[in-house]
Design a protein around this ligand. Structure first.
Ligand SMILES: [Zn+2]
Length: 374
């Protein structure tokens, strides 16, 4: 999950706002204040227009939230763990734990969001009809909110994963092929395709001098292409690593060395002869740190005879140790988050082994190849 501002909880579901939403909130406030509100209430002061603009933006924000809450409530009723909702600059994302159990579940979870937006669009439209005889201005604002919600429904139904329409597409493909992996692959390729289409549209707008539209389409397209590709990658990784624990994947070819042993000694006796790649540095039964091939590579060759391993090691307090029961997917996330290439697996103060990013990638590769053969 990207960094977001925690907003509170609604029916046990955590709601956050991504930082990217703040400029959009301001842009919408500006557009409402100088557009619709200025048109209907020209005699209002600027302060009144901007305040009303912010309120209108907040209502728009609430309708986005309603869309996401609909996804989350249905997902929860289908037995999925709902971790939270984050609102982004072009909509929201419900952070669901795991994949839906069936194509039918996925279809309902996906379709209920745009349906909610469509209903809200109709409600605001009805608001326009009812309010118009009394206050054309307020009715006008209601009509605009109706149009925005309807647009939201239509945009989200674009058939590119991970947009709602892409999820609907995936559920249909999943139902037909009975193959979630293949369905996700096709749906996310469609997502990338839609992303490129939006980027192209943005460029056309820019060429014709429409800067605001151009930039908006370009950014949304770029974003959609990116998340389509990464959500497919994410699924491939999750699938390959599902059920694996850190203890099972840890390389156990470690050799305990004293802190004053030279690097040359380590290389000659352990690395070259026995292909041992990880060296817990221990003194009086205390784990001081860890030396890996990666650390050794950072020391110039000619200094190996005179450098003790202690100098090359990463000290224990800087290691992000994990327990053997840790889910391997979480370990990979930890490495990505901390930007580290390896973590020691430690049980009760005892080093069990080492997991490196390249080991995990090889594991993913191997498991994928075996899956394809099946
Ligand atoms: Zn949605």
């Amino acid at each position: 999950m990207p960094s977001s501002i925690k907003f509170g909880k609604i029916a046990g579901i955590e709601v956050g706002i991504d930082w990217s939403w703040i400029p959009i909130f301001l842009v919408f406030t500006y557009l409402f204040a100088t557009g619709t509100l200025d048109h209907f209430f020209p005699h209002w002061s600027n302060a009144a227009k901007w305040t009303a603009g912010a309120i209108t933006s907040a209502i728009f924000f609430a309708s986005l939230l309603a869309h996401e809450l609909a996804h989350s409530f249905v997902a929860r009723s289908k037995g999925l763990d709902v971790r939270g909702i984050t609102l982004f600059f072009f909509g929201g994302v419900s952070n669901l734990g795991g994949e839906p159990r069936s194509a039918g579940d996925e279809f309902v979870i996906a379709v209920v969001g745009p349906l909610t937006s469509l209903v809200m669009g109709a409600v605001f439209g009805l608001g326009w009809v009812i309010i118009h005889p009394f206050s054309p201005g307020v009715a006008g604002v209601s009509a605009q909110l109706g149009v925005i919600n309807a647009t939201l429904a239509v945009f989200n139904m674009v058939p590119g994963f991970p947009l709602d329409g892409g999820r609907v597409l995936r559920s249909i493909l999943w139902q037909r092929t009975r193959n979630l992996h293949q369905a996700t692959h096709i749906a996310s390729m469609a997502g990338e395709g839609v992303g490129y289409l939006l980027i192209g549209t943005g460029i056309v707008f820019l060429l014709f001098g429409s800067v605001l539209n151009g930039v908006y389409f370009f950014i949304v397209g770029l974003f959609l292409r990116g998340i389509a590709a990464s959500s497919y990658q994410q699924m491939v990784t999750d699938e390959a690593l599902s059920g694996l624990k850190a203890g099972e994947a840890a390389a156990r070819n470690c050799e305990v060395v004293p802190p004053d042993l030279s690097i040359e000694n380590v290389v000659d006796n352990f690395v070259l002869l026995h292909n041992i790649r990880c060296f817990p540095v221990q003194s009086d039964d205390r784990l001081l740190g860890l030396v890996t091939l990666e650390d050794i590579r950072h020391i110039p060759r000619e200094q190996w005879p005179i450098t003790p391993v202690e100098k090359a090691m990463t000290s224990f307090d800087r290691l992000h140790a994990v327990s053997p029961d840790e889910d391997l997917r979480q370990v990979l996330q930890l490495m990505a988050r901390q930007d580290i290439n390896q973590v020691p697996v430690v049980d009760d103060g005892q080093l069990i082994g080492l997991i490196s990013r390249s080991d995990i990638l090889r594991l993913i590769q191997a498991r994928r190849e075996l899956q394809h053969d099946r």
